[in-house]
Design a protein around this ligand. Structure first.
Ligand code: APR
Length: 307
Protein backbone atom coordinates (compact mmCIF):
# COMPACT_ATOMS: atom_id res chain seq x y z
CA UNK A 1 0.00 0.00 0.00
CA UNK A 2 1.33 3.43 -0.93
CA UNK A 3 1.58 6.14 1.72
CA UNK A 4 0.62 9.69 0.86
CA UNK A 5 1.05 12.64 3.20
CA UNK A 6 -0.77 15.93 2.90
CA UNK A 7 0.78 18.74 4.97
CA UNK A 8 -1.77 21.42 5.84
CA UNK A 9 -5.29 20.20 6.63
CA UNK A 10 -7.11 23.33 5.51
CA UNK A 11 -9.56 23.57 2.63
CA UNK A 12 -7.20 22.38 -0.11
CA UNK A 13 -5.43 19.81 2.07
CA UNK A 14 -8.49 18.17 3.61
CA UNK A 15 -10.38 18.03 0.29
CA UNK A 16 -7.32 16.43 -1.31
CA UNK A 17 -7.21 13.82 1.45
CA UNK A 18 -10.88 13.05 0.84
CA UNK A 19 -10.34 12.58 -2.90
CA UNK A 20 -7.24 10.42 -2.37
CA UNK A 21 -9.05 8.22 0.16
CA UNK A 22 -12.15 7.82 -2.01
CA UNK A 23 -9.97 6.79 -4.95
CA UNK A 24 -8.01 4.43 -2.67
CA UNK A 25 -4.67 5.73 -3.95
CA UNK A 26 -3.01 4.77 -0.66
CA UNK A 27 -3.07 5.28 3.09
CA UNK A 28 -3.17 8.97 3.86
CA UNK A 29 -1.57 11.06 6.61
CA UNK A 30 -2.82 14.59 7.12
CA UNK A 31 -0.77 16.98 9.27
CA UNK A 32 -1.28 20.51 10.48
CA UNK A 33 0.04 22.76 13.22
CA UNK A 34 -3.41 23.23 14.71
CA UNK A 35 -3.89 20.66 17.45
CA UNK A 36 -6.86 18.33 17.11
CA UNK A 37 -7.97 19.67 13.72
CA UNK A 38 -6.26 17.09 11.45
CA UNK A 39 -7.22 14.35 13.91
CA UNK A 40 -10.87 15.48 13.82
CA UNK A 41 -11.01 15.71 10.03
CA UNK A 42 -9.30 12.33 9.63
CA UNK A 43 -11.73 10.63 12.02
CA UNK A 44 -14.69 12.24 10.27
CA UNK A 45 -13.35 10.96 6.93
CA UNK A 46 -12.78 7.46 8.32
CA UNK A 47 -16.39 7.46 9.46
CA UNK A 48 -17.44 8.01 5.84
CA UNK A 49 -15.54 4.88 4.75
CA UNK A 50 -18.37 2.39 5.45
CA UNK A 51 -20.69 4.52 3.31
CA UNK A 52 -18.25 5.36 0.52
CA UNK A 53 -16.73 1.89 0.65
CA UNK A 54 -13.02 2.69 0.81
CA UNK A 55 -10.56 0.67 2.86
CA UNK A 56 -7.51 2.93 3.12
CA UNK A 57 -6.46 4.43 6.44
CA UNK A 58 -6.62 8.16 7.10
CA UNK A 59 -4.50 9.45 9.97
CA UNK A 60 -4.59 13.00 11.32
CA UNK A 61 -1.57 14.18 13.29
CA UNK A 62 0.56 17.08 14.51
CA UNK A 63 3.67 14.91 14.64
CA UNK A 64 6.00 14.74 11.62
CA UNK A 65 7.20 11.34 12.75
CA UNK A 66 3.94 9.95 11.37
CA UNK A 67 4.89 10.88 7.81
CA UNK A 68 7.77 8.41 7.94
CA UNK A 69 8.22 6.43 4.74
CA UNK A 70 5.74 8.44 2.66
CA UNK A 71 5.89 7.84 -1.09
CA UNK A 72 4.37 11.20 -1.94
CA UNK A 73 4.12 14.38 0.16
CA UNK A 74 1.79 17.21 -0.84
CA UNK A 75 2.49 20.61 0.74
CA UNK A 76 -0.57 22.84 1.16
CA UNK A 77 0.56 24.45 4.44
CA UNK A 78 0.66 28.20 4.41
CA UNK A 79 -1.37 31.30 4.91
CA UNK A 80 -3.42 33.21 2.40
CA UNK A 81 -2.68 36.83 1.63
CA UNK A 82 -4.64 39.02 4.02
CA UNK A 83 -5.76 42.62 3.44
CA UNK A 84 -2.84 45.01 3.96
CA UNK A 85 -0.24 42.30 3.45
CA UNK A 86 2.20 42.81 0.60
CA UNK A 87 3.18 40.02 -1.74
CA UNK A 88 6.66 40.11 -0.19
CA UNK A 89 5.23 39.66 3.31
CA UNK A 90 3.35 36.61 2.05
CA UNK A 91 6.47 35.21 0.40
CA UNK A 92 8.40 35.62 3.64
CA UNK A 93 5.80 33.91 5.84
CA UNK A 94 5.09 31.05 3.45
CA UNK A 95 8.80 30.48 2.73
CA UNK A 96 9.38 29.97 6.43
CA UNK A 97 6.48 27.53 6.62
CA UNK A 98 7.55 25.59 3.50
CA UNK A 99 11.18 25.51 4.70
CA UNK A 100 10.17 24.02 8.04
CA UNK A 101 7.93 21.46 6.33
CA UNK A 102 10.73 20.48 3.94
CA UNK A 103 13.26 19.95 6.71
CA UNK A 104 10.86 17.40 8.17
CA UNK A 105 10.26 15.77 4.79
CA UNK A 106 14.00 15.41 4.34
CA UNK A 107 14.27 13.84 7.77
CA UNK A 108 11.27 11.51 7.76
CA UNK A 109 10.45 10.86 4.10
CA UNK A 110 13.78 11.13 2.27
CA UNK A 111 12.63 8.93 -0.62
CA UNK A 112 9.37 10.78 -1.26
CA UNK A 113 8.17 12.74 -4.25
CA UNK A 114 7.08 16.24 -3.25
CA UNK A 115 4.21 18.19 -4.80
CA UNK A 116 4.05 21.83 -3.69
CA UNK A 117 0.72 23.68 -3.72
CA UNK A 118 1.40 26.62 -1.38
CA UNK A 119 1.43 29.99 -3.15
CA UNK A 120 3.26 31.79 -4.67
CA UNK A 121 3.68 28.38 -6.25
CA UNK A 122 6.74 28.65 -8.46
CA UNK A 123 8.77 30.30 -5.70
CA UNK A 124 7.64 27.89 -2.97
CA UNK A 125 8.54 24.92 -5.19
CA UNK A 126 12.02 26.37 -5.68
CA UNK A 127 12.38 26.62 -1.89
CA UNK A 128 11.25 23.00 -1.53
CA UNK A 129 13.96 21.91 -3.98
CA UNK A 130 16.66 23.79 -2.07
CA UNK A 131 15.49 22.75 1.39
CA UNK A 132 14.97 19.05 0.67
CA UNK A 133 18.06 18.77 -1.51
CA UNK A 134 16.11 16.16 -3.52
CA UNK A 135 16.72 15.55 -7.22
CA UNK A 136 14.56 17.97 -9.27
CA UNK A 137 12.61 15.04 -10.73
CA UNK A 138 11.17 14.52 -7.22
CA UNK A 139 10.10 18.11 -6.49
CA UNK A 140 7.33 19.70 -8.53
CA UNK A 141 4.51 22.21 -8.20
CA UNK A 142 0.82 21.85 -8.95
CA UNK A 143 -0.29 24.66 -11.21
CA UNK A 144 -0.85 23.69 -14.83
CA UNK A 145 -3.37 20.92 -14.22
CA UNK A 146 -5.55 23.43 -12.38
CA UNK A 147 -5.06 26.28 -14.84
CA UNK A 148 -5.73 23.93 -17.79
CA UNK A 149 -8.85 22.57 -16.10
CA UNK A 150 -10.14 26.11 -15.71
CA UNK A 151 -9.45 26.87 -19.37
CA UNK A 152 -11.14 23.59 -20.39
CA UNK A 153 -14.17 24.40 -18.24
CA UNK A 154 -14.63 27.80 -19.90
CA UNK A 155 -14.21 26.25 -23.38
CA UNK A 156 -16.86 23.63 -22.56
CA UNK A 157 -19.22 26.29 -21.18
CA UNK A 158 -18.77 28.40 -24.32
CA UNK A 159 -19.35 25.51 -26.73
CA UNK A 160 -22.03 23.86 -24.61
CA UNK A 161 -20.12 20.58 -24.84
CA UNK A 162 -18.93 18.04 -22.28
CA UNK A 163 -15.84 19.14 -20.35
CA UNK A 164 -14.68 15.53 -20.73
CA UNK A 165 -13.91 16.16 -24.39
CA UNK A 166 -11.79 19.25 -23.80
CA UNK A 167 -8.02 19.04 -23.39
CA UNK A 168 -6.39 22.35 -22.55
CA UNK A 169 -2.75 23.34 -22.20
CA UNK A 170 -1.51 26.19 -20.03
CA UNK A 171 2.20 26.90 -19.55
CA UNK A 172 4.19 29.36 -17.47
CA UNK A 173 4.03 30.57 -13.90
CA UNK A 174 0.94 30.13 -11.75
CA UNK A 175 -0.26 33.71 -11.75
CA UNK A 176 -0.99 36.72 -13.91
CA UNK A 177 1.70 35.72 -16.40
CA UNK A 178 0.47 32.19 -17.15
CA UNK A 179 0.40 31.25 -20.84
CA UNK A 180 -2.75 29.47 -22.06
CA UNK A 181 -2.11 27.85 -25.46
CA UNK A 182 -5.26 27.92 -27.65
CA UNK A 183 -3.34 26.20 -30.48
CA UNK A 184 -2.83 23.19 -28.20
CA UNK A 185 -6.28 23.26 -26.66
CA UNK A 186 -8.61 20.80 -28.35
CA UNK A 187 -12.13 19.43 -28.29
CA UNK A 188 -12.02 15.75 -29.23
CA UNK A 189 -8.84 16.46 -31.16
CA UNK A 190 -10.04 19.63 -32.90
CA UNK A 191 -8.09 22.78 -31.93
CA UNK A 192 -10.36 25.47 -30.50
CA UNK A 193 -8.85 27.89 -33.02
CA UNK A 194 -11.08 26.07 -35.55
CA UNK A 195 -14.16 26.19 -33.33
CA UNK A 196 -14.36 29.80 -32.17
CA UNK A 197 -13.23 33.24 -33.21
CA UNK A 198 -10.21 35.04 -31.82
CA UNK A 199 -12.20 37.47 -29.68
CA UNK A 200 -13.99 34.61 -27.92
CA UNK A 201 -10.73 32.77 -27.33
CA UNK A 202 -9.15 35.95 -25.93
CA UNK A 203 -12.07 36.30 -23.52
CA UNK A 204 -11.70 32.70 -22.31
CA UNK A 205 -7.93 33.12 -21.93
CA UNK A 206 -8.48 36.25 -19.87
CA UNK A 207 -10.99 34.45 -17.62
CA UNK A 208 -8.50 31.59 -17.17
CA UNK A 209 -5.70 33.93 -16.15
CA UNK A 210 -8.04 35.50 -13.56
CA UNK A 211 -9.57 32.13 -12.61
CA UNK A 212 -8.21 32.06 -9.07
CA UNK A 213 -9.15 35.69 -8.38
CA UNK A 214 -12.70 35.13 -9.68
CA UNK A 215 -13.25 32.45 -7.03
CA UNK A 216 -11.65 34.57 -4.26
CA UNK A 217 -13.95 37.44 -5.15
CA UNK A 218 -17.03 35.22 -4.86
CA UNK A 219 -15.96 33.40 -1.69
CA UNK A 220 -14.79 36.61 0.03
CA UNK A 221 -12.93 34.54 2.61
CA UNK A 222 -10.52 31.91 1.32
CA UNK A 223 -9.65 30.65 -2.11
CA UNK A 224 -10.48 27.77 -4.44
CA UNK A 225 -10.18 24.21 -3.23
CA UNK A 226 -12.41 21.81 -5.21
CA UNK A 227 -10.56 22.17 -8.52
CA UNK A 228 -7.12 22.50 -6.86
CA UNK A 229 -7.66 19.28 -4.88
CA UNK A 230 -8.84 17.47 -8.02
CA UNK A 231 -5.69 18.65 -9.82
CA UNK A 232 -3.41 17.50 -6.99
CA UNK A 233 -5.15 14.12 -6.86
CA UNK A 234 -4.67 13.58 -10.61
CA UNK A 235 -0.92 14.20 -10.18
CA UNK A 236 -0.71 11.91 -7.13
CA UNK A 237 -2.59 9.21 -9.04
CA UNK A 238 -0.27 9.38 -12.04
CA UNK A 239 2.70 8.96 -9.68
CA UNK A 240 1.46 6.21 -7.37
CA UNK A 241 -0.17 4.24 -10.21
CA UNK A 242 2.78 4.93 -12.52
CA UNK A 243 0.43 6.11 -15.26
CA UNK A 244 2.96 8.22 -17.20
CA UNK A 245 0.32 10.87 -17.77
CA UNK A 246 1.39 13.99 -19.64
CA UNK A 247 0.27 17.05 -17.75
CA UNK A 248 1.52 20.59 -17.28
CA UNK A 249 3.33 21.04 -13.95
CA UNK A 250 5.83 23.43 -12.42
CA UNK A 251 9.21 21.76 -12.83
CA UNK A 252 12.83 22.80 -12.54
CA UNK A 253 14.13 23.84 -15.95
CA UNK A 254 17.71 23.31 -16.95
CA UNK A 255 17.85 24.77 -20.42
CA UNK A 256 14.41 23.73 -21.68
CA UNK A 257 12.41 26.53 -23.28
CA UNK A 258 15.55 28.69 -22.96
CA UNK A 259 15.41 28.90 -19.15
CA UNK A 260 17.68 27.63 -16.47
CA UNK A 261 17.49 27.25 -12.70
CA UNK A 262 13.86 28.22 -12.20
CA UNK A 263 10.50 26.52 -11.80
CA UNK A 264 8.02 27.06 -14.60
CA UNK A 265 4.89 25.28 -15.81
CA UNK A 266 5.57 23.04 -18.82
CA UNK A 267 4.22 19.67 -20.02
CA UNK A 268 5.82 16.72 -18.24
CA UNK A 269 5.43 12.96 -18.01
CA UNK A 270 4.55 11.83 -14.48
CA UNK A 271 5.20 8.37 -13.12
CA UNK A 272 6.54 6.53 -10.12
CA UNK A 273 9.94 8.26 -10.46
CA UNK A 274 8.25 11.67 -10.43
CA UNK A 275 9.02 13.87 -13.43
CA UNK A 276 10.10 11.30 -16.03
CA UNK A 277 10.44 13.69 -18.94
CA UNK A 278 9.96 17.33 -19.84
CA UNK A 279 8.26 17.82 -23.20
CA UNK A 280 9.48 20.68 -25.33
CA UNK A 281 6.80 22.13 -27.57
CA UNK A 282 7.62 24.27 -30.57
CA UNK A 283 6.30 27.65 -29.55
CA UNK A 284 5.45 30.53 -31.82
CA UNK A 285 7.37 33.76 -31.30
CA UNK A 286 4.57 35.36 -29.33
CA UNK A 287 4.02 32.25 -27.16
CA UNK A 288 7.74 32.14 -26.37
CA UNK A 289 7.70 35.85 -25.54
CA UNK A 290 4.81 35.29 -23.10
CA UNK A 291 6.66 32.37 -21.51
CA UNK A 292 9.81 34.50 -21.19
CA UNK A 293 7.78 37.19 -19.46
CA UNK A 294 6.41 34.59 -17.08
CA UNK A 295 9.90 33.24 -16.39
CA UNK A 296 11.10 36.78 -15.68
CA UNK A 297 8.38 37.22 -13.05
CA UNK A 298 9.43 33.95 -11.38
CA UNK A 299 13.10 34.99 -11.48
CA UNK A 300 12.31 38.29 -9.78
CA UNK A 301 10.39 36.39 -7.10
CA UNK A 302 13.30 34.02 -6.49
CA UNK A 303 15.79 36.90 -6.34
CA UNK A 304 13.96 38.34 -3.30
CA UNK A 305 14.52 35.14 -1.31
CA UNK A 306 17.07 35.00 1.44
CA UNK A 307 17.51 31.22 1.53
N1 APR B 1 2.78 23.40 9.33
C1 APR B 1 1.67 22.73 9.00
N2 APR B 1 0.53 23.34 8.65
C2 APR B 1 0.50 24.68 8.65
C3 APR B 1 1.64 25.44 8.98
C4 APR B 1 2.81 24.75 9.34
N3 APR B 1 3.94 25.41 9.69
N4 APR B 1 1.30 26.75 8.89
C5 APR B 1 0.02 26.81 8.50
N5 APR B 1 -0.48 25.55 8.36
C6 APR B 1 -1.83 25.13 8.00
C7 APR B 1 -2.91 26.01 8.60
O1 APR B 1 -3.12 25.70 9.98
C8 APR B 1 -4.12 25.66 7.74
O2 APR B 1 -4.90 24.63 8.29
O3 APR B 1 -2.05 25.22 6.61
C9 APR B 1 -3.47 25.18 6.40
C10 APR B 1 -3.83 26.06 5.22
O4 APR B 1 -5.17 25.90 4.99
P1 APR B 1 -6.16 27.07 4.53
O5 APR B 1 -5.85 28.31 5.30
O6 APR B 1 -7.54 26.52 4.53
O7 APR B 1 -5.70 27.38 3.04
P2 APR B 1 -6.09 26.56 1.71
O8 APR B 1 -7.27 27.19 1.08
O9 APR B 1 -6.11 25.11 2.02
O10 APR B 1 -4.83 26.89 0.79
C11 APR B 1 -3.56 26.37 1.08
O11 APR B 1 -2.86 26.27 -1.19
O12 APR B 1 -3.85 26.98 -3.15
C12 APR B 1 -2.91 27.28 -2.17
O13 APR B 1 -2.88 29.70 -2.12
C13 APR B 1 -3.26 28.56 -1.41
O14 APR B 1 -1.15 28.75 -0.31
C14 APR B 1 -2.49 28.35 -0.15
C15 APR B 1 -2.55 26.84 0.06
Amino acid sequence: MKKITVVGAGFVGATTVQRIAEKELGDVVMTDIIEGMPQGKALDLMESAPIEGFTVEVLGTNDYKDIEGSDVVVITAGIARKPGMTRDDLVKINSNIVSEVCENIKKYAPESIVIVVTNPLDIMTYIALKKTGFHPSRVMGMSGVLDSARFATFVAMELGCSPKDVDAMVLGGHGDTMVPLPRHTTVSGVPITELMDEATIDMLVERTVNGGAEIVELLKTGSAFYAPSAAITAMVESIVRDQHRIVPAAVYLHGQYGHDGIYLGVPVKLGKQGVEAILELDLTESEQAMLDRSAEAVKIGISTLTI
